[in-house]
Design a binder for this molecule. Structure first.
Ligand SMILES: NC(=O)c1ccc[n+]([C@@H]2O[C@H](COP(=O)([O-])OP(=O)(O)OC[C@H]3O[C@@H](n4cnc5c(N)ncnc54)[C@H](O)[C@@H]3O)[C@@H](O)[C@H]2O)c1
Length: 427
């Protein structure tokens, strides 16, 4: 195999195309957005991923990677396009369908097609195969088709593309072997072979497992608030049990994976996914809980002002897709609260952004929504100088509550409420 066409040049497709090109393959990268194609052909990356710029520049200048708006004939095609959810929580497979249709004119006997997009189980068999066969070639004999999910961590994509174990699921055993041979060119982790539908299910199970466990933590956190005890103390000590792993509670679940993929199972199996749906709904309910708590904390203030700290969906990234912090900020604004938001990693957002001092100036509540490393270093005494009321609501349990209390703050902790955080301070 010498030539590869990667369709979709985002967080997954671009590093994959680049690493294949760096390994000696001739790669055509395809995207529907001309600005992405142009940037890549200039040797520029448009996503923030350590190490990718150098690798991309050398792949483009050596001629091994070229971006294009249209697919080109190749030995193998990798599809890495988005699979979001619709407004009513169905899987939106329109990009996968579009990508599959776009490669049809390029397909030749012996070609391998790989889907990397996270997809409902059965997608290769029931959606992709019929589309590919429209070109007159039979999957399994003329064409090979496999599903190879991605489990990389943004910020460490290049490292994890190489190091992580991979699951490779073939529509036929031969399809799986052919896909394995391609990934073996750069993957140092173990490559496990299975069926396409099993591989599709494995990917969704990984994210659903995390979502359900976070929902359990969130539910216990709400119960602890009602009991007037501290969830974090409960979780920490329950986790001393060698077979227990209570996850972290928080203001909700964001990102384009954990907050999205479980819905694929709910849609596919409406009668056998009650728990998964409940977990999704519990996690989706957390922003409203944070908003209610914040409003309670501000009940005595006439024209309340909140300094929102953090908009990204998780620590130390700039990604705000499905971020619960955005929902909290927008929800407070809709309730008539004046908000200013500060996030050291986010430069654009649909809520007002401000530098830290301006964000805190005259605020009645500092509301911490993302556990960015930078926020750990906040000096409560200096924060207090800017604020009108010394009140802080920590939804991530990341601040030094004693230090904040010593600086005169009334500290509220998600999962503990006001009284429990006072007790924690005394203990
Ligand atoms: N980003 C991650 O960390 C991650 C991890 C595991 C799995 N995934 C999955 O991988 C898939 C891709 O995710 P991503 O984060 O790379 O998405 P992305 O939005 O960053 O990139 C996808 C790219 O595909 C392009 N595109 C859309 N339709 C196209 C078409 N028909 N032809 C060519 N290009 C097209 C878009 O313009 C975009 O540039 C999704 O299914 C996602 O769930 C992502």
């Amino acid at each position: 195999m010498k030539t590869i066409c990667v369709v979709g040049l985002g967080y997954i497709g671009l590093p994959t195309a680049t690493i294949l090109a760096a390994g000696g393959m001739k790669v055509t990268g395809v995207d529907v957005r001309p600005e992405i194609v142009d940037a890549i052909n200039r040797g520029e990356i448009y996503i923030d991923e350590p190490g990718l710029d150098t690798l991309l520049r050398s792949a483009v200048s050596s001629g091994s990677l070229r971006a294009s708006l249209a697919p080109a004939p190749a030995d193998a095609f990798i599809i890495a396009v988005p699979t979001p959810i619709t407004a009513d929580h169905g899987a939106d497979m329109s990009c996968v369908v579009g990508a599959a249709e776009s490669i049809l004119p390029c397909l030749r006997p012996g070609n391998l097609v790989i889907l990397e997009s996270t997809s409902p189980p059965g997608t290769c068999r029931d959606l992709l195969r019929p589309i590919l066969e429209r070109g007159g070639l039979a999957v399994g004999t003329d064409l090979f088709l496999a599903y190879c999910p991605e489990r990389v961590l943004p910020g460490k994509i290049l490292e994890e593309l190489v190091r992580n174990d991979r699951v490779v699921g073939g529509i036929t055993a031969e399809s799986a072997v052919k896909a394995r041979d391609l990934y073996a060119r750069f993957v140092k982790g173990e490559i496990v072979l299975t069926s396409a539908t099993t591989a599709e299910m494995i990917k969704i199970v990984e994210n659903t497992f995390r979502d359900v466990n976070i929902a359990l933590a969130n539910e216990i956190a709400l119960q602890c608030e009602q009991l007037g005890i501290n969830f974090w103390e409960v979780a920490r000590n329950a986790n001393r049990h060698p077979r227990v792993n209570v996850h972290q509670a928080g203001p909700g679940v964001g990102g384009h994976c954990i907050a999205v993929d479980p819905w694929f199972l709910v849609e596919s199996f409406p009668d056998a996914s009650g728990m998964i749906r409940c977990a999704r709904e519990r996690n989706d309910s957390m922003p409203a809980h944070v908003i209610d708590t914040a409003l309670t904390l501000l009940a005595d203030v006439k024209k309340p002002r909140v300094a929102v700290l953090g908009l990204a969906y998780k620590a130390d990234v700039d990604d705000t897709r499905e971020s619960p912090a955005l929902k909290v900020a927008a929800g407070l604004r809709d309730k008539g609260v004046e908000i200013l938001c500060y996030d050291p990693h986010v430069r654009k957002a649909p809520v007002p952004l401000a530098p830290p001092k301006e964000c805190l100036a005259g605020a009645d509540l500092a509301l911490l929504l993302t556990d960015h490393t930078e926020f750990r270093q906040l000096d409560p005494a200096r924060v207090a100088e800017h604020m009108r009321h010394r009140r802080v609501y920590d939804t991530r349990n990341m601040l030094d509550h004693r230090a904040w209390a010593t600086a005169g703050f009334e500290v509220t902790l998600l999962g503990a409420g006001r009284s429990a955080s006072r007790r924690e301070r005394r203990s």
